[in-house]
Design a protein around this ligand. Structure first.
Ligand SMILES: Cc1c2[nH]c(c1CCC(=O)O)Cc1[nH]c(c(CCC(=O)O)c1C)Cc1[nH]c(c(CCC(=O)O)c1C)Cc1[nH]c(c(C)c1CCC(=O)O)C2
Length: 360
């Protein structure tokens, strides 16, 4: 890699992700560049969602918005993009109106032939790599930059459902009716994710997060059959490829939402440095399950941000106490993305409370 970036001034996130105790917990929130921010909505007035993703200058600007607004309070940035750029790169059309929708979803395994037979990630997703490189310069080393990808199971589900779904009936029909074809497609998606994540690190991403947002819809058995092998494939191959290319590896976070049934197994076997937690598990229990094998990230219910300052403070205090009972690193976050109705000042208060209550 030839690009040199400004030196990093705040490495709390990277140290916590490597499992170190830190003087206070690093903090960021999923979807921190999004619709609750008036400056984001302003840009959205004149630009379509995927147009922003595909325009590095706009993606850089939006990634930097929360870092500017919460300067000194937030410890990480996450590149502005979406998990659904991977199905686009594989040849599918995805619209955002206002939720994601696929005009031509995969209905039977025969439809897999409509996908590109090989995916040139540099050609299809080079705009994300460019946005990452520009953002690293724009951030001037203030905080590290997180790259990300959807997990194969979650992407597979979107590609078959054609959008959000309450039951995932269509995606699950594939698992039970066409298990071998499902596994083949899941692995094909995983290979694109590997190329995409390696490219993000080469472009300047300093930590990678995998979002398996629909992991919790699977039974523990099906998670182990269908999702886990692809998650393991990604962690192993990203690390192997970076080593082969002489690029220093970066910490990797797995957020398998709702898969708390698998936490102990994931900590032992998945090959990730950090496990992200939703709010449906108590911090003390999560730490007990994973032992000292991994760092943890999370896990306040995003709706606590609607509860007013006293509630936010009390819940953050409780969360900080729960996670500090552990021996290894902790990254403070919500248990899922921040929602559009949150008052940006209440998020500021959340950050301030984490600073106050997570100091050792
Ligand atoms: C499932 C999923 C998607 N996208 C993503 C996931 C995984 C995380 C999760 O479970 O929430 C991930 C994502 N989406 C977005 C980011 C950007 C980085 C960040 O700030 O975290 C990230 C990391 C921007 C976005 N992605 C989207 C928006 C809002 C779109 C708009 O501006 O109109 C943003 C800022 C749209 C989107 N994109 C997706 C949905 C379901 C929606 C619509 C509903 C919603 O907003 O929550 C798919």
């Amino acid at each position: 890699m030839t690009t040199t970036f400004p030196p990093l001034k705040n490495d709390l996130l990277l140290r916590a992700a490597r499992g170190e105790h830190t003087e206070r917990a690093p903090v960021w929130v999923m979807r921190q560049a999004g619709r609750y921010l008036p400056e984001f909505r302003k840009v959205r007035e004149s630009h379509e969602f995927f147009e922003i993703c595909r325009t590095p200058a706009l993606a850089t600007e939006i990634t930097a918005q929360p870092i500017r607004r919460y300067s000194g309070l937030v410890d990480a940035s996450i590149i502005f993009s979406d998990i659904l750029v991977v199905p686009q790169a594989m040849g599918m059309e995805v619209l955002m109106n206002p939720g994601p929708s696929f005009p031509d979803p995969l209905v039977t395994p025969a439809d897999v032939s409509k996908l590109h037979s090989t995916v040139d990630v540099q050609k299809e997703l080079g705009y994300v790599f460019e946005a990452i490189t520009q953002t690293r310069h724009e951030l001037k080393g203030e905080v590290p930059l997180i790259g990300f990808s959807g997990a194969p199971w979650t992407l597979f589900a979107y590609m078959i459902e054609g959008g959000g779904s309450k039951t995932l009936q269509k995606a699950k029909t594939w698992l039970y009716k066409y298990p071998e074809e499902s596994k083949a497609l899941l692995l094909r998606i995983a290979d694109v994710c590997v190329d995409y994540l390696v490219g993000q690190v080469k472009a300047g991403a300093q930590l990678l997060q995998i979002f398996d947002s629909w992991a919790g819809e699977l039974s523990p058995y099906d998670f182990e059959q269908f999702s886990f092998p692809t998650l393991r494939h990604i962690s192993t191959n990203v690390k192997r490829r970076l080593a082969e290319d002489g690029v220093p590896d970066v910490p990797m976070t797995l957020f398998a939402k709702g898969a708390n049934y698998a936490l102990r197994f994931l900590a032992q076997n998945a090959g990730y440095d950090v496990l992200g937690l939703d709010w449906q598990i108590d911090p003390v229990e999560a730490r007990h399950l994973v032992g000292d094998k991994v760092a943890l990230q999370g896990n306040l219910d995003p709706n606590v941000l609607y509860g007013g300052r006293d509630a936010i403070e009390a819940y953050v205090k409780r969360m900080c106490e729960g996670f500090r009972a552990g021996k290894r690193g902790w990254i403070a976050n919500l248990g899922h993305g921040i929602t559009p109705g949150v008052d940006p000042d209440d998020l500021k208060w959340f950050f301030e409370c984490v600073h106050k209550y997570s100091s050792i």
